[in-house]
Design a protein around this ligand. Structure first.
Ligand code: URP
Ligand code: ZN
Ligand code: ZN
Length: 442
């Protein structure tokens, strides 16, 4: 493979090497740079701001083999989508070490907001819009808003994403638990039962069907929600589902960890009973779920302590951007559950196709960007907050040993990572514009 001026110029059995830097990939796989379709960097949330900004977050991502992220720019109620995008572009510019694109969240369904959707798609290179069905009084929007966003997306080439949990019911279950004095982290999970994810997932799918809109369900945590997606797909609908590494290896028992460590596992949707994990993996294998995103949203223990006396005040999210690929590989390829091609599809190619970055990203082909991971399948490492490169002082994967790690990582032909060390320039990441969404068979 020859990379010239940042793109793949040739792929052949033999290539003249004179004048070129030669990388020895013997004993390794060469994968397309991995794409994380779901990150939250430098994001105000839960009364604080995420521990990782675009500098620390993308550096850690690169060390894990991720060469492109799609981050969420947060729309503020009553404000414009253009402002949200400009705010996030400013956060990333000059700080991101890998390439990045944006999704927009939608905070209201005002006519002005809806009118901006085609502008974002056609002019600004944003092809996806997330509606929150939970986090009442904060990010949640009502069904009317979701439906109107779906109509606009269907018309102009957008992909609607949903955070599928029933926020109205959760508001009640949380109030009831707190009134009974139930304040520990485990009540985060107990007040967000799986039925509320299943109901919201199914509701979003039915709404998308009526609107004639494609739908991407983010962070699917349970077998029941994944089944709702499978049902929609069986009806021939363009419905796509994403799960995250945390739902493949962590479970409800993590909330019982002593000394408030359970708070580090507080995320939404919450971790589920362990048996769900094998169902999610089976669905990743057979293509009923199409992508694995990190949902990286990192907080330090000190920030998690905001909810010391009230689980509902624990900032939701965990540091996962660095270990997404390794956990997926360990849990699927190393166990023989999933083959290499499907692994690459889930972690790189499908996200690129869904979010308008393919074939520039997500594949190894002549003309594509020289984003490559030389992956040593034999090297092992044990994940720990003491050695990871994310800013957070905790890891939900603490102590897990994974086999398979990046030996070299290239971004547009430039070496970023060698032997577990970041050796690239910082802040070299380029904003990627997403092409409008077109339904793809995945
Ligand atoms: O707990 C989570 N998932 N935090 C990030 C925000 C979101 O809902 O994606
Ligand atoms: Zn969400
Ligand atoms: Zn998220």
């Amino acid at each position: 493979m020859l990379i010239e001026n940042g793109t793949i110029a040739a792929i052949a059995n033999a290539l003249p090497a004179s004048g070129a830097q030669v990388i020895d990939a013997s004993g390794s796989y060469v994968f397309p740079g991995f794409i994380d379709p779901h990150t939250h960097l430098d994001m105000p949330f839960g009364g604080t701001v995420t521990a990782d900004d675009f500098a620390s977050g993308t550096g850690a991502a690169a060390l894990g083999g991720t060469t492109t992220i799609v981050d969420f720019a947060l729309h503020q109620r009553g404000n414009s989508l253009a402002n949200a995008l400009a705010t996030w572009e400013k956060k990333a510019a000059g700080k991101a070490s890998i390439d990045y694109a944006f999704h927009l969240t939608i905070a209201d369904g005002r006519p002005e907001t809806l009118e901006e959707i085609p502008v974002m798609i056609e002019r600004e290179g944003v092809n996806s819009f997330k509606c929150f069905m939970a986090y009442k009084h904060i990010l949640q929007v009502d069904d009317e808003t979701i439906f109107r966003v779906m109509q606009a997306a269907a018309k102009f080439g957008g992909l609607v994403q949903v955070h599928a949990e029933n926020g109205d019911v959760i508001e009640v279950t949380v109030k009831d638990a707190l009134a009974e004095g139930l304040t520990a982290p485990k009540y985060h999970a107990l007040t967000r039962p799986v039925q509320l994810e299943m109901e919201a997932t199914a509701r979003a799918i039915w709404m998308a069907e009526v609107a004639g809109a494609p739908l991407y369900v983010v962070h699917v945590s349970s077998a029941g929600a994944a089944d709702a997606i499978s049902d929609g797909r069986k009806r021939g609908l363009p419905i796509y589902g994403e799960t995250c590494p945390q739902y493949l290896v962590c479970d409800t028992s993590d909330y019982d960890r002593p000394a408030f460590a359970g708070a580090n596992y507080v995320m939404s949707p919450p971790l589920r009973e362990k048996w769900n994990q094998n169902v999610l993996i089976a669905k990743l294998k057979n293509g009923e779920l199409q992508a694995v995103g990190s949902d990286h949203c990192s907080f330090n223990c000190g920030q998690k302590a905001l909810g010391k006396d009230d689980f509902s005040k624990i900032p939701n999210g965990a540091p996962t951007i660095e270990d997404r690929v390794a956990i997926l590989y360990e849990r699927t390829v190393n166990t023989g559950a999933i083959g290499l091609n499907q692994f690459v599809a889930l972690a790189a190619t499908n996200p690129a196709k869904l979010f308008g970055l393919f074939p520039r990203k997500g594949t190894i082909a002549v003309g594509s960007d020289g984003d490559l991971v030389v992956w040593d399948p034999a090297a092992t490492r044990t994940i720990s907050a003491a050695t990871h490169h994310m800013a957070a002082d905790n890891s939900i994967f603490e102590g897990m040993t994974v086999r398979g790690t990046p030996r070299y990582v290239f971004s547009r032909g430039r070496l970023l990572v060698e032997g577990g060390k970041y050796v690239g320039e910082t802040g070299r990441g380029i904003r990627q514009k997403s092409a409008p969404f077109r339904p793809v068979q995945l």
